[in-house]
Design a protein around this ligand. Structure first.
Ligand code: UDP
Ligand code: MN
Length: 267
């Protein structure tokens, strides 16, 4: 009985996973971890970081996450290493798909470091791989800022192979994942997450009536694009989501981070 219970438990370990390869993206990752916890997730929280991230930053991430996992974009074998030498733009993409190697979990929900969780979203674990919300710029593609996946070394290997053979049509992980999970838009509506799980902050401007009607249901906000919240001042654009991001960033940061350390983080 106990053994059965134990194996049942261990097989159902699930985690939210994010990624930060620069000190600035670590600011965003901190907000992801804090917002997940504050809304009472029952799942583990994991941040993947690359070796260039400072010891001090890793320590502050460790306060916001259950685990800080060190990953190396070039650790997938010599073939990958060699191929990447000529394709440096795929580096961050490879680091993101590293989440498939976290096989201690039976399921994961990846969140970009530029997302903000507004309520408990544990129900995402009821979904199967690959579930994601439509991209606002091209809705037949999913946006890869929020997705449900099933860790598997086999899938990881196939993703690496796919990337090396076909590259990525947009140079990033979203192009790669969309060409790999190419049936997403037509196959199974259960794999389509409602847009409120990956609400781009720009939707406010691109379809304001829909935003007015549905925006209050927002569950995860995604600050996609080149201007990230940590590069904007709180009052700058007057966006409510931006102030919510800063609220979350500053909620405990003042106490748990030395001001000097925070100031030393790259802009
Ligand atoms: N990322 C990173 N370092 C980088 C660029 C991206 O760690 O230099 C990670 C981070 O988790 C980020 C995700 O990859 O959220 C995707 O990049 P980004 O959010 O900038 O793309 P966008 O959502 O704007 O298309
Ligand atoms: Mn993003």
């Amino acid at each position: 009985n106990c053994i059965f219970f134990y194996s049942f438990q261990s097989k159902t370990r699930e985690a939210f996973v994010t990624l930060a390869t620069t000190e600035s993206y670590c600011k965003g990752a901190t907000v992801v971890g804090k917002s997940l916890r504050r809304h009472g997730t029952t799942r583990e929280t994991v941040v993947m970081v690359t070796p260039n991230i400072s010891e001090a930053t890793r320590t502050s991430l460790w306060r916001a996450f259950d685990r800080v996992v060190l990953v190396d974009a070039l650790d997938s074998g010599d073939g990958v290493r060699l191929a990447l030498l000529g394709r440096p733009e795929l580096g961050v993409t490879f680091t993101k798909i590293h989440c498939w190697t976290l096989t201690e979990y039976s399921k994961g929900v990846f969140l970009d470091a530029d997302t903000l969780v507004l309520c408990n979203v544990d129900e995402l674990f009821d979904r199967e791989e690959l579930s994601a919300a439509p991209d606002p710029g091209w809705p037949d593609c999913f946006n890869s800022g929020v997705f449900v996946f099933r860790p598997s070394l086999e899938t990881h290997g196939r993703l690496v192979e796919h990337a090396l053979r076909q590259g990525s049509f947009d140079g990033g992980d979203q192009g790669l994942l969309n060409s790999f999970f190419s049936r997403w838009s037509v196959e199974n509506i259960d794999r389509h997450l409602p847009f409120v799980y990956n609400l781009s902050s720009s939707s406010l401007y691109s379809y304001r009536p829909a935003f007015t009607r549905f925006g209050h249901d927002a569950k995860i906000v995604h600050f996609l694009g080149s201007v990230k919240p940590w590069n904007q001042s709180r009052g700058g654009s007057g966006s409510d989501f931006l102030s919510l991001w800063w609220d979350e960033y500053q909620r405990e940061a003042g106490r748990s981070q030395e001001p000097a350390a925070a100031a030393a983080v790259e802009a």
